[in-house]
Design a protein around this ligand. Structure first.
Ligand code: NAD
Length: 253
C-alpha cells in the first residue's frame, strides 16, 4: 500500500482556511509539491511559509473557482511552479443559511456556482491538462453528508453537494480511460474555526447529540481517507464516496 505522494503535484482549492489549509499541510507531509489556491493569494503566504518550515514544498496561486478564466490562469501558474497537477482537491465551498421560501437568487447562485459548478470547472481543467500530459491523476471532491440527507435552511447547499456526488460518479465513468480517478470525501460535522463558536451553543450541542458517536470530527480524522483517495493506495477506486461522519448518516430516524 502506497500512501506517499512523493513526486506528485497536488492542488487544493479554497486552501486559505479550514479544511483546505489542513489538507494542504497533510498532502505536503505526504511528500507532494503542494499548490495552495484561493481567491486572494496574499492570504496564502503564511501557509506556504508554515509548510516550508515543516520541510515541505508549497506555492500559492490566485484562483476563483467561479471564474473559468481564473481557473485556467491558476493551473498555468501551478504548472509553472511545479508541473502539471496530478492530485486535485476540490475543496472550495460556501454556504448561507435561510429558509428555501425566502432564499434569494443571489444566495442560490453563489452556493451552487461555488460548490457544484466551480468543482466542475476545476475538475475539467485538471483533466484536460492530465490528458494532454498523459499523466493520469486523482481528483478528490469534498462533498458533505448533506449530499445524502437534508437539514433545514440549507436547500441550496444540500442540492449542490448532492449534485457533486453525482458529478463525481459521472466524471469517474468518463475519465477512467485517461487514467484519471475521481472520488469524493463526504465529511460530517468537523470542528473548524468557522463553526467552533456555533457548536459551543445549545443549538450546536443539540446537533452533536444526534451524532451516534456523540462528538464532532477533528480535521486530523480526514487525513487517512484523504491520503487514501489522493494516492495510489486507492488505485482501483473511482466513483467512490467515503463518508467520515461519526455515524451521522446512520442516525436513527
Ligand atoms: P471554510 O469556509 O473555512 O473554507 C472554504 C474555503 O473556500 C475558504 O478558504 C474560502 O475562501 C474558499 N472559497 C470560497 N469561495 C471560493 C471561490 N469562489 N474560489 C476559491 N476559493 C473559494 O470552510 P471549511 O469548513 O473548511 O469547508 C471546506 C469544504 O469542506 C467545503 O467544500 C465545505 O462544504 C466542506 N465541508 C465542511 C464541513 C465542516 O464541518 N467543516 C463538513 C462537510 C463538508
Amino acid at each position: 500500500m502506497e500512501l506517499s505522494l512523493a513526486g506528485q503535484v497536488a492542488l487544493v482549492t479554497g486552501a486559505s482556511s479550514g479544511l483546505g489549509a489542513h489538507f494542504a499541510r497533510t498532502l505536503a507531509d505526504a511528500g507532494a509539491d503542494v499548490v495552495v489556491a484561493a481567491r486572494r493569494r496574499d492570504r496564502l503566504d503564511e501557509l506556504c511559509a508554515e509548510i516550508a518550515d515543516d520541510g515541505g514544498t508549497a506555492a500559492a496561486v490566485a484562483l476563483d473557482v467561479t471564474d473559468p478564466a481564473s481557473v485556467v490562469a491558476g493551473f498555468d501558474a501551478a504548472t509553472e511552479a511545479f508541473g502539471v497537477p496530478t492530485v486535485v482537491i476540490n475543496n472550495a465551498g460556501v454556504t448561507t443559511t435561510g429558509a428555501a421560501i425566502d432564499l434569494d437568487d443571489a444566495d442560490w447562485a453563489r452556493v451552487v456556482d461555488t460548490n457544484l459548478t466551480g468543482c466542475f470547472t476545476v475538475a475539467r481543467e485538471a483533466a484536460r491538462r492530465m490528458r494532454a500530459a498523459q499523466s493520469g491523476g486523482s481528483i478528490v471532491n469534498i462533498a458533505s453528508i448533506l449530499g445524502f440527507r437534508v437539514a433545514g435552511a440549507l436547500a441550496h447547499y444540500a442540492a449542490a453537494k448532492a449534485g457533486l456526488v453525482q458529478l463525481t460518479k459521472s466524471l469517474a465513468l468518463e475519465w477512467a480511460r485517461y487514467g484519471i480517478r475521481v472520488n469524493a470525501l463526504a465529511p460530517g460535522y468537523i470542528l473548524t474555526d468557522i463553526n467552533r463558536d456555533f457548536f459551543a451553543t445549545d443549538a450546536g450541542a443539540a446537533i452533536v447529540k444526534r451524532i451516534p458517536q456523540r462528538r464532532l470530527g477533528e480535521v486530523e480524522e480526514l487525513d487517512a481517507p484523504l491520503l487514501l483517495l489522493a494516492s495510489s493506495a486507492s488505485s482501483y477506486m473511482t466513483g467512490s464516496v467515503i463518508t467520515v461522519d461519526g455515524g451521522h448518516l446512520v442516525s436513527s430516524l
